[in-house]
Design a protein around this ligand. Structure first.
Ligand SMILES: NC(=O)C1=CN([C@@H]2O[C@H](COP(=O)(O)OP(=O)(O)OC[C@H]3O[C@@H](n4cnc5c(N)ncnc54)[C@H](OP(=O)(O)O)[C@@H]3O)[C@@H](O)[C@H]2O)C=CC1
Ligand SMILES: O=C1CO[C@H](CO)[C@@H](O)[C@@H]1O
Length: 285
């Protein structure tokens, strides 16, 4: 049995990344962060996902230290926000992130959203940060196929992870296949569609059949289709539940989930953010 809490993906740079991770967006109070990280660690999560944009890097770093485990026993993902892109801003903001997290390396650093302005410069800085050992693996988030193809025209090394919005209402099959063909691991953000999917009757029928919750069905579907997950919860029972994924969906159940696609996003459209990037320069002037 493929056990998510014990399983890692081998990334294309030779590093390992846990299949199951813990999302921390909106965990913005130290006590809540501490309790949630402790509960998550006890439940088997080893990957913790933050971003400069979440303004909780310091809280997360403190909560991880409070676990009293070795640094190498956890995996930290961080992301460089749109406003901090460009060569120097990427380098400087990552140094600040390291300081906030209280660590001397980040396991996986992602370009949070593709931004047309400074598109290649930002990636050049990512490659430098990796060479300097400040970052172990480099990846992207919210990149479409055309943005990955554009990046490939100049990158010395390609991203090893693409973190994208995907769930049964936004299955992203073509992009996930493209990532896979390029040896890029796809990681699902908002895998539960921020709660949107949890009252879907078909998913609840499957949940009843397996004596699991709707959230567990969706997370298990992701893992069986080769997608890493980072669900967020601040409820101790739900944190543990989302890590309890050692059951199997049948081929028919997988197909039923595969066809629920409605191309329905909860977040921004990546191509739009990419174009809006041209505006950021105006804000900075
Ligand atoms: N790269 C990017 O652009 C983005 C990355 N992310 C990352 O992905 C992570 C996950 O995405 P997020 O947007 O938080 O959404 P999720 O899809 O993980 O859903 C979180 C919501 O679902 C609820 N929930 C969680 N588990 C259960 C459960 N078992 N039963 C019922 N309800 C549940 C939570 O409530 P409660 O807490 O009360 O349990 C919360 O309201 C983020 O925290 C962040 O780290 C997110 C957005 C964009
Ligand atoms: O990571 C993130 C958390 O959610 C935000 C609001 O949808 C996103 O824009 C951002 O990418």
């Amino acid at each position: 049995m493929f056990k998510p809490d014990e399983t890692t993906y081998k990334l294309n740079d030779g590093n390992q990344m846990p299949v199951l991770g813990f999302g921390t967006y909106k965990l913005d109070k130290p006590e809540l962060m501490n309790q949630s990280i402790q509960t998550a660690y006890n439940a088997g999560y080893r990957l913790f996902d933050t971003a400069q944009y979440y303004r909780n890097e310091k809280m997360l770093g403190d909560a991880i230290r409070n676990l009293g485990v070795r640094r190498e026993d956890v995996f930290i993902t961080d992301k460089v926000t749109e406003m901090n892109q460009g060569h120097d801003l990427t380098i400087n903001s990552t140094d600040f992130s390291l300081q906030q997290l209280g660590t001397d390396y980040i396991d996986l650093l992602l370009v949070h959203w593709p931004v047309a302005e400074h598109f290649f410069e930002t990636w050049e800085a990512f490659e430098e940060l990796k060479k300097q050992g400040k970052v172990r693996s480099i990846g992207v988030s919210n990149f479409t196929r055309s943005q990955l193809e554009l990046l490939k025209t100049q990158a010395n090394e390609m991203p090893v992870v693409n973190q994208i919005e995907t769930h049964p209402y936004l299955t992203q099959a073509p992009l996930i296949k493209f990532d896979h063909d390029q040896s890029i691991v796809t990681q699902a953000w908002s895998p539960l569609g921020r709660g949107l999917l949890l009252d879907n009757p078909m998913i609840n029928k499957m949940a009843a059949h397996h004596h699991k919750s709707a959230a567990q069905i969706i997370l298990r579907w992701d893992i069986q289709r080769g997608v890493a997950v980072i669900p967020k919860s601040q409820d101790p029972k739900r944190i543990a539940q989302n890590a309890d994924l050692n059951f199997e969906l049948s081929g028919d159940e997988m197909s039923m989930l595969d066809v629920m696609n409605r191309n329905q996003r909860t977040g921004n459209e990546p191509e739009l953010v990419y174009e809006l990037g041209k505006q950021y320069k105006m804000y900075q002037q």
